[in-house]
Design a protein around this ligand. Structure first.
Ligand code: VGL
Ligand code: ZN
Length: 224
């Protein structure tokens, strides 16, 4: 495959988002609310990420797509917490939770995959965040670390050993998915130029460091 290997620290910042690919699989979160200019939680560069992810999709035999999939009134929405604004933090039963604008509500335009993202007809889609009381950044586990999405079992059954993560958002969904993949025993990679981040204060730097510390390899695609 067409990756140039770099270290996490050598990569210049300024991108945000996430998507993931490795050898056989690729997990994504490229939905209108994150990737479209008029989305509820737009990540800068998200549209470009959708196109970059599509090139990754075409480069792999098998791809898994993650889809943030919240019910209305989800506990991670600032609108559910009196006196709170998006990007504030609150303490929930399972720990600190960042609050978000209402986003990726099941059945809405914002929840649909971005038009520029190629989703093959029989693609595997992992939906997450459907539990009203628990957020889920990782495509493997909800934020309380208790319920799993079934993705690990599926990948193990398929014999997948290596996972490439691409999509949105680099500093949340992509980061937690890659860290979980590594912890679950996969070789885990993040393809940096196929990601963009929400970039709250400190979150990009934290993601770089946590990925490097965990031994997740950060790659960039080679120019076509
Ligand atoms: C995400 C914020 C809220 C993500 C999901 O997929 O990175 N970020 N929900
Ligand atoms: Zn969400």
């Amino acid at each position: 495959f067409f990756f140039k290997q770099t270290t996490a620290y050598a990569i210049s910042l300024g991108l945000v988002g996430s998507e993931m690919c490795i050898r056989d699989r690729l997990v994504i979160d490229v939905q209108n609310d994150f990737a479209a200019p008029s989305g509820a939680l737009t990540v800068r560069g998200g549209g470009g990420v959708a196109r970059a992810c599509s090139r990754c999709v075409e480069a792999f035999d098998r791809v898994v797509f993650a889809q943030d999939y919240h019910p209305a009134g989800h506990e991670s929405f600032a609108s559910e917490h009196a006196g709170k604004a998006p990007y504030d933090e609150v303490e929930l039963a399972y720990g600190t939770q960042t609050l978000w604008p209402d986003h990726c509500v099941q059945g809405t335009w914002g929840c649909a995959f971005h038009d520029d993202l190629v989703v093959p007809a029989r693609a595997m889609v992992v939906r997450k965040g459907h539990n009203r009381d628990v957020d889920s950044y990782s495509a493997f586990f909800e934020n309380d670390r208790r319920s799993d999405t079934g993705l690990d079992e599926y990948l193990k059954k398929e014999g997948v050993k290596r996972v490439y993560v691409v999509g949105l958002a680099y500093d949340f969904c992509v980061k937690y998915t890659a860290l979980d993949a590594k912890r679950l025993g996969y070789d885990a990679y993040v393809v940096r130029d196929c990601c963009a981040g929400v970039a709250l204060p400190g979150t990009m730097e934290a993601a770089e460091k946590e990925l490097a510390d965990a031994g997740v390899v950060v790659l960039e695609t080679l120019p076509a």
